[in-house]
Design a protein around this ligand. Structure first.
Ligand code: PMP
Ligand code: GLU
Length: 394
């Protein structure tokens, strides 16, 4: 049968992270002992106080449609969180709650981009950015960075990438996949360039804000001249281990928030009511309540860096946040391991899956074909076993 699907979906790549997670599930169901280090998903249970809030919401009959942009008291909790953690003043008209930060990003793309608008993506970037931009008919423009600069974009690189068609720049800090964290000074440097280009908007994806091992998260919206043109994206998936509850949100200029609400009013009618109620409890809690998870991620990062550091051919930087390492493995390109020739990062990731039974993700999906992404959101035992298995096959 001929392809009746739209060009839009036919041209879209499948999410590499979710595809690898599906492959891991499939191999496990065939009885294979796969260690899954592909998905960026905390392996902790949701803290009990959040579960209690959700149970209470069910008993309190939160079963109707919520306002499209989220319950007012949730938006107030988000406004308080923005003030407390980021020094940002957003009123309730500037906040939109969505079905995960992924949907928040898709909303922004759909309401901001016209055909041909360029979106700068400092690479490596989170896997879904480029396809979200493309489905909104924007043009993703990669700005490559290297491990030597800790995968951070310099002001000069930003300046050189800007064209008359540049509409936005999207980046995450702490970064998925590199774990890099932009300091306030580094963001100031980028802001110097952006001040010369007042029509460029910024998507600042801060979903890993709390998973930061150096302290001092900086939001670009708090820098002079950046507030009006920044869309600050955040959510509860990572810090509160609530990936399946699907709550994300933005703070932005009210006209952008209004457009996102209009869009989502035709697409989802708003986020899940019970999960919204639970999110109030999550955001109102002091950050100290989730510190145990952050400490654990920090320990695991050190463990993975130590164990990977013992394997020849892995070039590493020191990620300061999130829960990923992004080693450069290009030294294996052109080599033949156990009869398999490794030509690129995808070959290498597949080799690890087939020969070490360890699932990782190719860096190609994140705009860097020399690296692979390893998530250390896994137990210490799994991490030790995985690193030993990798060492044995390379
Ligand atoms: N941004 C980044 C950088 C992420 O890693 C993720 C993880 N899924 C998301 C956004 C989306 O998060 P969610 O939709 O689960 O809120
Ligand atoms: N953000 C996570 C990751 O990068 C979850 C998967 C996804 O949402 O694509 O692995």
């Amino acid at each position: 049968m001929t392809n009746h699907l739209s060009e839009r979906i036919t041209n879209m790549a499948t999410s590499a992270t979710l595809a690898m997670a599906a492959k891991t599930r499939e191999l496990r169901s065939e009885g294979k002992d796969i260690i899954g280090l592909s998905l960026g998903e905390p392996d902790f249970n949701i803290p009990d106080f959040i579960k209690e809030a959700a149970k209470q919401a069910i008993d309190d009959n939160y079963s109707s449609y919520s306002p499209v942009d989220g319950y007012a008291d949730l938006k107030q909790a988000i406004a308080n969180k923005f003030k407390r953690d980021n020094g940002l003043d957003y009123n309730l008209n500037q906040i939109v709650v969505s079905t995960g930060a992924k949907q928040s990003l898709a909303n922004v793309a759909m309401v901001m981009l016209n055909q041909g608008d360029e979106v700068l993506l400092p690479a490596p970037y989170w896997v879904s950015y480029s396809d979200i931009v493309k489905i909104a008919e924007g043009v993703p423009v990669e700005v490559p960075t290297t491990i030597e600069s800790d995968f951070k974009m310099t002001p000069a690189q930003l300046e050189a990438a800007i064209t008359p068609k540049t509409k936005m720049i999207w980046f995450s800090s702490p970064c998925n996949p590199s774990g890099s964290v932009y300091s306030k000074e580094e963001l100031e440097g980028l802001a110097v360039v952006l001040r010369k280009h007042p029509n460029i908007f910024i998507v600042s994806d801060e979903i890993y804000e709390h998973i930061n091992f150096i302290g001092g998260h900086a939001s670009i919206a708090s820098i002079d001249g950046m507030y009006e043109r920044t869309i600050t994206v955040n959510g509860v998936s990572k810090a509160f281990a609530m990936t399946g509850w699907r709550i994300g949100y933005i703070g932005a200029a009210d006209w952008i928030a209004k457009a996102c609400t209009k869009f989502q009013g035709q697409i989802t009618s708003g986020a899940n009511a019970i999960a919204q109620r639970a999110t109030i409890a999550a955001l109102e809690a002091p950050v100290s309540k989730i510190q145990y998870m952050i400490d654990e991620f920090h320990k695991r990062r050190d463990l993975v860096l130590e164990l990977l550091g013992e394997i020849e051919g892995f070039k590493l930087n020191v990620p300061e946040g999130a829960f990923y390492v992004f080693p450069n493995i290009s030294s294996f390109f052109g080599k033949t391991l156990k009869g398999t020739t490794i030509n690129n990062a995808s070959d290498f990731a597949l080799y690890l899956l087939e020969h070490a039974n360890v699932a990782t993700v190719t860096g190609e999906a994140f705009g860097n074909p020399d690296c692979i992404r390893i998530s250390y959101a896994a137990s210490e035992k799994e991490l030790k076993d995985a690193m030993a298995r990798i060492k044995a096959v390379v």
